[in-house]
Each structure stands twice: as C-alpha cells, then as structure tokens.
Write a protein that binds this ligand. Structure first.
Ligand SMILES: Cc1cc2nc3c(=O)[nH]c(=O)nc-3n(C[C@H](O)[C@H](O)[C@H](O)COP(=O)(O)OP(=O)(O)OC[C@H]3O[C@@H](n4cnc5c(N)ncnc54)[C@H](O)[C@@H]3O)c2cc1C
Length: 469
C-alpha cells in the first residue's frame, strides 16, 4: 500500500493488505491490454473473461490496485449515472425505459456478482436518503428534483418522498423537513471491493502488474519503463488520474473530493442518528455531501472539493486543512451528537468530470482502442455497467447496453468534447465555485433577506446552466 493511503480509512482498516504484485519487466502479448486497476479497468477485465474465458487480458497499474478514486471514495454504489436525464431526454419512451432499467439494476446485479465471487466488501443494499435539511430552501429544491425525476420516467418505486416523521424512521437529522428515498443505492467498503475484484479477475486468468506506469500507448500496445504489452485492443481506464500526459486528460477534468471519518461510534450514538439498514445520506446543496455508516459503525462524511490548476492529483493530505474541518463541522450540524466524538481519518482523491458533465463509454473498433469514465463522482456503480458494456463492444457482442446513448463509437478525439485549455478552465471553476460558496453561505447563514437569497440562488443556477452544455 502507498504510504499516503494510511490516512484513508478504507486502506488503513483493510485486514489483508496482500502482497504487492510484480511490475512488468518483459515484453509480452495479450488480446486486451488495460491501463489502470480501478473499478473501470477491473470490471472490464472481469466481464471480458466472463464472456470469453480463454481471452488473454493484462492490466497495467502505475501504483497498486485501487490506488485511484476506486480505493478512496464514499462507497455509494449507485443505480444512477450523472447526467442521465440529459442523455435520455431525446430518446423515445421505449429506449428510455430500457436505459432506466439497466441503470437502476446496477446495485442488485453488482451485489449478485459480489456474492457469487465471494467478494466481501461490506455490501449493504440500504438505499439512499437525500434529505431536505440545514436550511428551509432545501425542501423546495428536493420537491422540484422529485418532479423532474418523475418527468424523466423514474417511478414511485424508484424515488419517493418521505415526510419528516417517516424520514426519522431511517435517519434522524437535525431540522430535516423531508427527503427523497431511493432503493437503488448500496453502501460498500471501496478498497475491499477493489482488492476483491482484482483477486476475482486473477482467478479468471487476468494478469495484473502493479508499479507499471504506462509511458507510451498506441493501437498496437503499451510500454512502461521496463516492459511492453503488444495487444490488438487497448483500453484506457485512468479517469481522474490521467492528467500527467495521458491523452484522456484533455477530455476528463481531474477534480478533488475529500472525506473524514469518525471513530467507531457506540450504539447509543447510532440510536440518536438512525441509519438502520445502512442507507447512505446526502442533502440538497451544492456542497454535494455524502455520508455512510460503515460496517464497523463509523460515520464517513464527504463533500465536494476543488479543481487545482493543471489538475495533477494530490497524494498527501493534511488532516488540519480547513477543508477537512469544514467537513467535520458540517457533520456535527447534521448530527449534534457528533460534538462528543473524535474524527480519526481525513483523506481525498481525484475524480473525473467530462466536459458534458455526463460519463461515456467510447470504443473505436477500427483501431481497437476504448475508454470509459467522466463519471463526475458517480463511478462506483456506473463502472460495473460501463465495464460490461466495454467488454461487449470489444467482443462485438451486440446487446441492449451497447446501444445506450452514452456509448460512443469512434476515436475519443472525435467523439468526446475537450475541456477548455488552462488558464480558462481554472478561472471558470474558480468563478463558479465562488458563486456556489456565496449561495451556500447566504442560505445556510439564515440571516440574509429574501432578495439576497434569491439573487444568490439565481446566480448559482445561471452558472450551472453555463457550465453544463
Ligand atoms: C473522494 C471521492 C469520493 C467519491 N465517492 C463516490 C461515491 O460515493 N460513489 C460513486 O459512485 N463515486 C464516487 N467517487 C467517484 C468514483 O470513485 C470514481 O468514479 C471511480 O472509482 C472511477 O474508477 P476508475 O477505475 O475509472 O478510475 P480510478 O479508480 O481513479 O483508477 C484509475 C487508475 O489508473 C491508474 N493510472 C493512471 N495513469 C496511469 C498510467 N499512465 N499507467 C498505469 N496506470 C495509470 C491510477 O493509478 C489509478 O489506479 C468518488 C471519488 C472520490 C475521489
């Protein structure tokens, strides 16, 4: 394990760290070569070997399995993808219903695979609660969101309203006035999932090399500083960790998100907070909060982070950074009982945002190159579906999935939108984040007049419109 990952709860508490895998130190051949051993690379390998067991699949990972966002995330395995509604808006009702069915089914299908493969990653299919909390405007936002979900074809079984008393039966949040509940989310321990999935892939015959950074790639294979893989199919699965030279960096913007975790909490504290059945929790703000009760009874709390100039991922995190204190304080706002407990871990990671703020599966059959990503913070579940889709595209198996609207055919350079060059993207994000921060301060402060609140929300909505094409 990378030394810096001791700050990350998921790696720090991993019972079996496992032996490091060897680096690639020779020239080899394979049917499919994959760059990156996060969920996208691993699920692609897994589904390829399920579909064609005699296939030769090699994964090259710069650090170790799960080193990227896959080992560090909030553990929400969602039956949702970011930007789903924008993809489905132009589709006919039949396609829309099929696509929604595929997306909603992710937690159940992933759960079945985990069970079959004996992957223990603390999977708990408890759904998600999106609460209207902290300030009164969140209720109107939540109700409007539920209306838009209905308009997009999600049923009452998919997303439904909980009034405050019903909400309290699931999670007890200070001042919450209601919530949207969906059953289509499961909680997992991210590093355990990455580790277990890698072992399952190896059992099926995949070869995984760690400490093997790809420094050159082409349609015929990959090269590291000490070896090469010759393969007719090359898949890039580097997501937010591709900024340093990998061409995908132009299409997927690396964005930071950070998390904190408490000590294991006694039953009396959970009695006050709820979380029975381990639903995950968020609220309706642009802070993009995300929480889960872990299997060892901690509360893990995350919130949206920031964009760094140039996008290089951060490796080391300082627990005393005000950004982590902001998360601890927010957690205490939701659950005042947390004022008495200590926080033991603080860490972050880098996720990838595509220019259209919606993820993609790209495959160019002519050159045998492909990628999936741009998950915008919702890749834990989506990578299961996208890995399966990539596998089907590689093996020319036509399926319902390969015809969904996020599947793009052709080279990434001609199918994906590029991010604006620096310093434009940094300036754009700085401006947008300042306005989002202003809106949050005005609404959560509770002292601003109505026109002030209205102006802040209007400005934030305008920025969102400009950013999202
Ligand atoms: C803090 C945080 C919280 C999040 N919470 C959630 C959540 O709760 N739910 C959710 O759905 N999503 C969440 N996400 C997003 C989710 O984790 C990602 O979308 C998902 O893990 C992406 O998986 P991936 O395999 O595509 O990329 P990654 O897991 O980032 O893997 C990319 C891998 O590529 C490797 N790599 C890069 N360059 C090279 C190279 N040149 N050669 C070889 N290897 C290379 C990296 O080392 C890395 O291991 C979160 C992300 C973060 C950072």
């Amino acid at each position: 394990m990378h030394e810096d990952l001791r700050q990350c709860l998921w790696f720090d508490t991993l019972a079996e760290q496992g032996n490091a895998r060897t680096a690639l130190e020779q020239d080899i051949t394979a049917d499919v070569a994959i760059v990156g051993a996060g969920y996208t690379g691993l699920w692609t390998a897994y589904h390829l070997l399920q579909l064609q067991p005699d296939l030769s699949v090699v994964i090259l990972e710069a650090e170790h399995v799960g080193f990227g966002a896959s080992g560090r995330n909030g553990g929400w395995l969602m039956g949702a993808i970011e930007g789903l509604d924008s993809y489905l808006a132009p589709c006919d009702p039949h396609t829309r219903a099929l696509a929604l069915g595929e997306v909603h089914a992710i937690p159940e299908r992933a759960g079945a695979v985990l069970e079959r493969e004996g992957i223990d990653c603390d999977f708990a299919h408890g759904g998600a609660v999106y609460a209207a909390a902290r300030y009164p405007q969140q209720r109107a936002l939540a109700r409007a969101h539920l209306d838009s979900l209905r308009g997009a074809g999600h049923s009452e079984q998919d997303y439904r309203w909980l009034e405050a008393d019903e909400l309290a039966g699931r999670v007890r949040i200070a001042g919450a006035s209601g919530a949207i509940y969906t059953p289509h989310v499961a909680a997992i321990q991210p590093a355990k999932l990455a580790a277990g999935l890698a072992t399952a892939c190896e059992r099926l015959g995949a070869r995984i090399f760690e400490g093997s950074r790809v420094i050159a790639s082409g349609s015929q294979g990959l090269r590291t500083s000490s070896g090469s893989v010759r393969a007719p199919v090359v898949i890039s699965a580097v997501e937010g960790y591709g900024a340093g030279g990998w061409p995908q960096g132009m299409y997927v913007l690396p964005f930071q998100s950070g998390m904190v975790a408490t000590q294991p909490l006694p039953a009396a504290v959970w009695e006050e907070m709820g979380f029975t059945g381990r639903p995950v929790l968020s609220d309706y703000s642009r802070l993009s909060t995300y929480m889960q009760r872990t299997a060892d009874d901690r509360l893990v709390f995350g919130a949206r982070g920031n964009y760094r100039f140039g996008g290089a991922p951060i490796s080391r995190f300082d627990a005393n950074d005000p950004a982590f204190e902001m998360r601890r304080e927010l957690a205490r706002t939701f659950f005042p009982v947390l004022r008495e407990v200590s926080f033991t871990h603080a860490w972050g990671g880098t996720l990838g945002i595509s220019r259209r703020f919606a993820p993609h599966v790209v495959y160019d059959a002519a050159s045998g190159t492909g990628t999936a990503g741009g998950y915008t913070g919702e890749g834990v579940g989506a990578s299961f579906l996208f890995g399966q889709t990539l596998a089907e595209l590689i093996l020319s198996r036509d399926s319902l999935r390969t015809r969904l609207p996020w599947v793009l055919h052709g080279p990434a350079a001609s199918t994906l939108r590029r991010w604006e060059p620096e310093p434009l993207r940094w300036l754009g994000f700085k401006a947008a984040w300042s306005i989002y921060g202003w809106e949050e301060a005005v609404l959560s402060g509770g002292r601003a007049g109505r026109w002030h609140q209205h102006l802040a929300s209007l400005s934030a909505r305008l920025v969102e419109r400009i950013l999202t094409p």
